[in-house]
Design a protein around this ligand. Structure first.
Ligand SMILES: [Cu+2]
Length: 464
C-alpha cells in the first residue's frame, strides 16, 4: 500500500521553481454555450522528464477550464462526450434545478460516448464551486474529470490579480511518474480509506510558485479535488483568515482559526492573506510539513484601502423546532461492525459483497434503492443525525442544498455554524446537520470519498 511517507518521499524530489500555473479559459460556442469536451489525454503529471499519463480530461486540461460567472447569471454548458464510456457533469455545491444536477441514473440518463448534453441553469450563490464527472466518479474523477467553477459577487470583492483559484489533487503515480491505471477499482482502497495518491498537484502542476505583492490582500480559493485524501492545513502559519467554507462566505472573517484545519475531499476553503514575506501551503499530517505550493512575495504598492469581504449568500435558515429528524447509521468497511446489508433489495452474503463490491451501508442499505431514504415537503427543515459506526473518516455531501453543522460529538461547533455542502465525520462520531429542503427533486446524500460512494455509501432523498 502506498503510504503518506511515500507521498513525502516522492514529492521531496521536486522543488524546481515554476511559474504560476495558468488556468484555461472556457471557449464559447456561437449559441452562447460553453463547449466542454470530456476525452482522453496524454499529460506529464510530475515534470517533462517523466512518462506520459493517460488521463481523462475536460478540454485536454488538468484541471478542466475555469468556468466564471456572476451571481444570478445563467450558465450554459454543452458537454461533449469523447470518452469510451458514459458520463455526466455534477455542479458541486450549486443549488440549481434538480434536472441539471448531473447525477447519472438519478437526475439524468448518462451521456453516451459520442453524444452531447446541454446544461443550462442559474447560479444562486457567489462563491467557490467546482464541477466533476458523476458517473463512476471513483474512476472518472481519479483520471482527471473535474474543474473549478467560480461565481463572483455582483461587485467582485477582489480584482482578478488578487483572486487565485488553487485546485489541489493527489494522484497515484507509478515509479516512472505515470498515472497508475491498474490500481483503479482496487477493493483494498474501497474497503479502507479510499484511493489515496502519492503525488500532489496544484492546478495540474507540481509545487508551483506564485508571485504575490507585499501588503496587498489576496483571496486564495482552495478546492480539494482528490478522490479520498483529507488535507491537514494551518492557515495560521501565514497569517491567513477564512473568508468562506464550501463557497459560502462567513459573517465574521476575523475569528481565530483552529489547527490543523482539515480540508476533506470536495470541500473548499477561501482564505484572505495579506503577505509580508514568502510562505508555503503545507500539508501537515506527516512527520514533517509537506510543501505543495510556494508563494514568493515581492514589493508592491501595499493596501491603500480597507479590504472588502464578500457578504453571506441569502440561504433559508433551518427552523429546528419544526424539523423532521432522520437518523443515519454508517456501517461497513474494513475493521467495521458487521451488519446485514441489503443491495438492490437482496440481503448480501459475504460472497455477494466481494462480487458486487458493496461493503458500506447507511442503515443497512448499500447504494441507491428504488425508494428514497426519506421524503419531505418542499420548505421543511431536515435534521440528519449521522453516526459513523465505521473505523474510517468520511466526507459527507448533500446535493442541491447547503446545511449548518449544528452538533458534533466530542468537539465544539463554531458559534456561527457556517454553511457547508460537505462535512467530515470521524470514526464513532455523531454529527447533526440542518437545512431547509427548499429545492424540489431527487437529491443524493453520499460519501465524497468516491470509492466509499461506489461501495455503498450512497443514498437519495426526495423533496416535494
Ligand atoms: Cu467515506
Amino acid at each position: 500500500m502506498i503510504t503518506r511517507r511515500r507521498l513525502l518521499g516522492v514529492a521531496g524530489a521536486s522543488g524546481m521553481l515554476a511559474t504560476a500555473p495558468a488556468l484555461f479559459d472556457v471557449a464559447f460556442a456561437a449559441d452562447g454555450y460553453i463547449n466542454i469536451t470530456a476525452g482522453p489525454s496524454k499529460t506529464k503529471l510530475i515534470n517533462a522528464d517523466t512518462a506520459d499519463s493517460a488521463l481523462w480530461l475536460y478540454d485536454n486540461s488538468t484541471p478542466g477550464p475555469e468556468i466564471r460567472a456572476t451571481i444570478g447569471d445563467r450558465i450554459k454548458v454543452r458537454l461533449i462526450n469523447n470518452l469510451e464510456e458514459p458520463t455526466s457533469i455534477h455542479w458541486h455545491g450549486l443549488r440549481i434545478a434538480n434536472e441539471m444536477d448531473g447525477v447519472s441514473g438519478l437526475t439524468q440518463e448518462p451521456v453516451m460516448p459520442g453524444e452531447q448534453f446541454e446544461y443550462n441553469f442559474v447560479v444562486p450563490d457567489a462563491g467557490t464551486f467546482w464541477y466533476h464527472a458523476h458517473n463512476k466518479s471513483w474512476n472518472q474523477v481519479a483520471r482527471g474529470l473535474y474543474g473549478p467553477l467560480i461565481v463572483d459577487e455582483q461587485k467582485p470583492t477582489f480584482d482578478k490579480d488578487h483572486d487565485l483559484t488553487i485546485v489541489i489533487d493527489d494522484w497515484r503515480v507509478k515509479n516512472d511518474g505515470s498515472f497508475d491505471i491498474e490500481s483503479l477499482g482496487n477493493l483494498m482502497d474501497w474497503s479502507h480509506g479510499g484511493r489515496l495518491g502519492n503525488w500532489l498537484t496544484v492546478n495540474g502542476e507540481s509545487r508551483p510558485t506564485l508571485e504575490l505583492k507585499r501588503g496587498e490582500a489576496y483571496r486564495l480559493r482552495l478546492i480539494n479535488a482528490a478522490n479520498a485524501r483529507i488535507l491537514d492545513l494551518d492557515p495560521n502559519r501565514f497569517g491567513a483568515k477564512v473568508l468562506a467554507y464550501d463557497g459560502q462566505p462567513l459573517e465574521d472573517v476575523t475569528a481565530p482559526l483552529y489547527a490543523p484545519m482539515l480540508l476533506g475531499p470536495a470541500q473548499r476553503l477561501d482564505l484572505v492573506v495579506i503577505p509580508e514575506e514568502n510562505f508555503a501551503l503545507e500539508e501537515l499530517s506527516g512527520d514533517r510539513p509537506f510543501e505543495f505550493a510556494y508563494f514568493q512575495v515581492k514589493d508592491g504598492a501595499g493596501t491603500t484601502e480597507p479590504v472588502r469581504y464578500p457578504r453571506p449568500n441569502p440561504l433559508p435558515e433551518p427552523e429546528l423546532d419544526k424539523a423532521k429528524v432522520f437518523e443515519i447509521d454508517m456501517t461497513g468497511g474494513a475493521m467495521g461492525r458487521f451488519t446485514e446489508t441489503v443491495y438492490k433489495g437482496q440481503v448480501l452474503s459475504n460472497e455477494d459483497m466481494r462480487r458486487t463490491g458493496q461493503i458500506w451501508a447507511f442503515n443497512g442499505v448499500a447504494n441507491l434503492a428504488d425508494d428514497p431514504f426519506f421524503s419531505v415537503q418542499q420548505g421543511e427543515t431536515v435534521v440528519l443525525a449521522v453516526k459513523n459506526d465505521t473505523a474510517f473518516a468520511h466526507a459527507m455531501h448533500v446535493h442541491g442544498h447547503h446545511f449548518r453543522v449544528i452538533e458534533r460529538s466530542g468537539a465544539t461547533v463554531d458559534d456561527d455554524k457556517p454553511w457547508r455542502d460537505t462535512f467530515l465525520i470521524g470514526p464513532d462520531q455523531v454529527v447533526k446537520i440542518a437545512f431547509v429542503a427548499d429545492n424540489p427533486g431527487k437529491w443524493l446524500f453520499h460519501c465524497h470519498m468516491l470509492e466509499h460512494a461506489a461501495a455503498g455509501m450512497n443514498t437519495w432523498f426526495q423533496v416535494g
